[in-house]
Design a protein around this ligand. Structure first.
Ligand SMILES: Cc1cc2nc3c(=O)[nH]c(=O)nc-3n(C[C@H](O)[C@H](O)[C@H](O)COP(=O)(O)O)c2cc1C
Length: 176
């Protein structure tokens, strides 16, 4: 059975270790979420926790650790930009998961007419407004109302799997 191959019963493995192994095996699409900090500086981070919540109305959620440097920018009603990355943009994903001081040095971004930091090389961008923040211990679930969007289907998306960046390989016969 597949489950036995991925997660053999191991009396020495804690539930936390099983959890980590399960999510390492579970690929995630990579986005960069940007915002404006209360002091006016751009903020942003790489995330795989973005999930569609509903299409009517268009809503999505993501999770953030409250110790993140971007957390002060994630307030009720704040505008956030969600950038979908192409396979060729793993460097951007690493930059926005690395030292915060390096994330906005360079010309890979600009401020749009709303003042939001926009990454030039994203496959797609959703301009969103925070509608609900649900703090849960050290983390929070954030609900976004989608205000505007643009997306190009023509690029392979960036995925994160087992501590590596890659992309998806879908055979034509797999398409439903
Ligand atoms: C592939 C990947 C996915 C990540 N997903 C999330 C996420 O969904 N939520 C989150 O809070 N941090 C996530 N992180 C960590 C953030 O990118 C960032 O490193 C963290 O917010 C700490 O940032 P700070 O140095 O600004 O405090 C992810 C990192 C990587 C490499």
């Amino acid at each position: 059975m597949v489950t036995q191959t991925l997660m053999p019963a191991d009396a020495n493995e804690t539930v936390e270790q099983s959890f980590i192994r399960a999510f390492r095996s579970h690929p995630g699409g990579v986005v960069v979420i940007t915002a404006v900090s209360p002091d006016g500086a751009p903020a942003g981070f790489t995330a795989t926790s973005l999930v569609s919540l509903s299409a009517y109305p268009p809503r999505a959620t993501f999770n953030i650790v409250k110790s993140a440097s971007s957390w002060p920018a994630v307030t009720d009603g704040a505008l956030l930009a969600v950038h979908f990355l192409a396979e060729s943009s793993s460097e951007l994903a690493q930059r926005f998961a690395g030292p915060a001081a390096n994330r906005f040095t360079g010309d890979h971004w600009y401020s749009n007419d709303l003042g939001l930091p926009i990454l030039r090389d994203a496959i797609g961008v959703l301009v969103t407004r925070v509608s609900t923040v649900v703090p849960i211990d050290l983390n929070a679930v954030v609900v976004l109302d989608i205000q505007q969007g643009r997306f190009s289907d023509n690029y392979p998306p960036l995925l994160y799997h087992n501590r590596h960046f890659g992309t998806v390989a879908v055979q034509p016969e797999d398409v439903i």
